[in-house]
Design a protein around this ligand. Structure first.
Ligand SMILES: Cc1ncc(COP(=O)(O)O)c(C=O)c1O
Length: 427
C-alpha cells in the first residue's frame, strides 16, 4: 500500500532543517488528475450519456490512436494486462504439456498466464545490471517442449532484443513481449510491442498510461494473430452466439477508453518528464558519497527507457532498514519484487529451489523503487536522496540543505487531498 504522506511523516517536533524536509509519495495520481479533471469528467459523462459501456466507439478510437502512437498495425484492447498475456498465449495455442520461458523477476501475471493454460513456466535469470531477462539463460532453457518466450520490459526498459530475437528465430519460437511497464519504450527506434510476435500492455493506474481502473491491450504486426485475439477476447464468438473457439470475456469498457483518450496525448510529455527525473536522480546521487552503498540505474543507449520505476540496488544487506527509515521520514518506496516467482508458494510444485536463479534472488533482496512519477518536483528528489544519505551518514547533507531549504519548496500538492492516489501500488 502506498503510504499517505500525512500518516507516515515524523510526528515529533522538528529539531533540525533535516526534519523540515517534506514527505514524498511514491506516486501522486492526484497531481495528474488536478490538471485533467474537467476533461476526464466530461469524457465519462459522454459515455454515460451514450449508454455504450462495453467496447463501442471510444474503444475503437483508442485502439486506432494507440496504433498510431506505437506505429503498429493492430491494437486489440482487453480487460487487463494479465488478460493480455493470457490472450497472447491462447492465440499462440499454448496449452498443456508446453513450456514457456519467462523471467522470475517480474510481476506474477507473466507466469500465471502460462499456468492458467496448463503449460509450465520455465524461469530464466536476469542480467544484474539491468534486471532484465538474461538472453543466455533463455537459450540454455529452450527444450523441445518450449512453445514461446516472454521477455519482460521491466521498469520501462526494453529487454535485450538484439540478443533475444536471434535466439527465438533460430529455435523457431514466437516472442510475447510483456510490455505492461514499458509503453512508448523503444529499441533502435521501434516501440516495444512491435519487436516480437505479440505485445502485452497494462492500463493499471500505476502504469505510465493508467486508466481509472483495470484495462490492457495487445499489439501485433501479424494479421493472423490480430484476428485470433479479436475473437478470443469475446468468447470466441462470431457471429453473435456462434462459437468456433473457446475464448474468454476480456473487453475494455468505454469509460476506461474515454479516460485513456484524454490522457494519451500527454503520454509523450509525461514520459520525457520521467526521463528528466531519472537523469536528475543520477546527478543528485552523484553529489553524495553513496557510491559504495547504492547502485543507481543507468539509461539505455539502444532505445528509450520510459522509467515506469526508478529502482536502486542497496549494495549491502541494509535495504529493509533503509526502507523503514524512509517510511518513517515520509518517503514512499516499494519493493519490486520481494519474492521471485520461482520461489512463490503457489509454484513450489514446479520444483524450483533457492539458489537456482542467483541474480534474481539477489535483486529481490537488494532493490528498492523510489518515486519517479512525472509531476515529482526536483526539490522532492533532493529530499529523497538526502534521506538516503541521512540513513548512511553520507557526506554533503549540509550542502543539500543550503540548496533546497524546505521553506523554498512549492506547496506540496499531495498534502492537500488524500484522495486520487493509487493506494494499491502492487505491480
Ligand atoms: C510486468 C507486468 N506484467 C503484467 C502485469 C499485469 O497487468 P494488469 O495489472 O493490468 O493485469 C503487470 C502489472 O500490472 C506487470 O507489471
Amino acid at each position: 500500500m502506498i503510504r499517505r504522506s500525512t500518516e507516515s511523516a515524523p510526528t515529533e517536533s522538528p529539531r533540525s532543517d533535516s526534519d523540515l524536509l517534506p514527505a514524498v509519495p511514491l506516486l501522486a495520481l492526484d497531481r495528474q488528475y488536478d490538471v485533467l479533471r474537467e476533461a476526464i469528467r466530461e469524457a465519462i459523462n459522454r459515455v454515460c450519456d451514450s449508454g455504450r459501456f462495453v467496447l463501442g466507439p471510444d474503444v475503437a478510437e483508442l485502439e486506432a490512436e494507440l496504433a498510431t502512437a506505437l506505429d503498429v498495425p493492430h491494437v486489440i484492447s482487453c480487460a487487463s494486462g494479465s488478460d493480455a498475456l493470457l490472450l497472447a498465449l491462447m492465440a499462440l495455442d499454448v496449452g498443456a504439456g508446453d513450456e514457456v520461458i519467462v523471467p522470475s523477476y517480474t510481476f506474477f501475471a507473466t507466469a500465471s498466464a502460462v499456468t492458467r493454460l496448463g503449460a509450465v513456466p520455465i524461469f530464466a535469470d536476469i542480467d544484474p545490471a539491468t534486471y532484465l531477462v538474461d538472453p543466455r539463460d533463455i537459450e540454455r532453457k529452450i527444450s523441445p517442449k518450449t512453445k514461446a518466450i516472454v521477455p519482460v520490459h521491466l521498469f520501462g526498459r526494453t529487454a535485450d532484443m538484439d540478443a533475444i530475437k536471434p535466439i527465438a528465430d533460430r529455435a523457431g519460437l514466437p516472442i510475447v513481449e510483456d510490455a505492461a511497464q514499458s509503453i512508448l519504450s523503444t529499441w533502435h527506434g521501434q516501440c516495444s510491442g512491435r519487436l516480437g510476435d505479440v505485445g502485452c500492455f497494462s492500463f493499471y493506474p500505476t502504469k505510465n498510461l493508467g486508466g481509472a481502473g483495470d484495462g490492457g491491450f495487445l499489439t501485433t504486426t501479424r494479421d493472423d494473430i490480430a484476428k485470433a485475439l479479436r475473437l478470443l477476447r469475446v468468447h470466441g464468438m462470431e457471429p453473435r452466439y456462434y462459437h468456433e473457439v473457446i475464448g474468454i470475456n476480456s473487453r475494455l469498457d468505454s469509460i476506461q477508453a474515454a479516460v485513456l483518450r484524454v490522457k494519451l496525448p500527454h503520454l509523450d510529455a509525461w514520459t520525457t518528464a520521467r526521463q528528466v527525473n531519472a537523469a536528475r536522480y543520477r546527478e543528485i546521487f552523484g553529489e553524495y558519497d553513496l557510491a559504495d552503498r547504492v547502485a543507481v540505474p543507468g539509461d539505455e543507449s539502444r532505445g528509450r527507457h520510459v522509467w515506469n520505476q526508478f529502482v536502486i540496488r542497496v549494495l549491502d544487506d541494509s535495504r529493509d532498514q533503509l526502507r523503514a527509515h524512509l517510511a518513517k521520514r515520509g518517503v514512499g518506496t516499494e519493493i519490486y519484487y520481494p519474492v521471485p516467482l520461482h520461489l512463490q508458494k503457489c509454484f513450489l510444485h514446479l520444483g524450483w529451489a533457492k539458489g537456482d536463479l542467483p541474480e534474481t534472488e539477489r535483486a529481490a533482496e537488494q532493490t528498492l523503487a523510489l518515486p519517479i512519477f512525472p509531476e515529482l518536483e526536483s526539490a522532492e528528489q533532493r529530499t529523497v536522496v538526502a534521506r538516503i544519505a541521512e540513513f548512511y551518514n553520507a557526506a554533503k547533507l549540509s550542502r543539500l540543505q543550503e540548496e533546497a531549504p524546505a521553506a523554498a519548496l512549492p506547496p506540496p500538492h499531495f498534502l492537500r487531498r488524500a484522495v486520487g492516489k493509487a493506494d494499491d501500488v502492487r505491480c
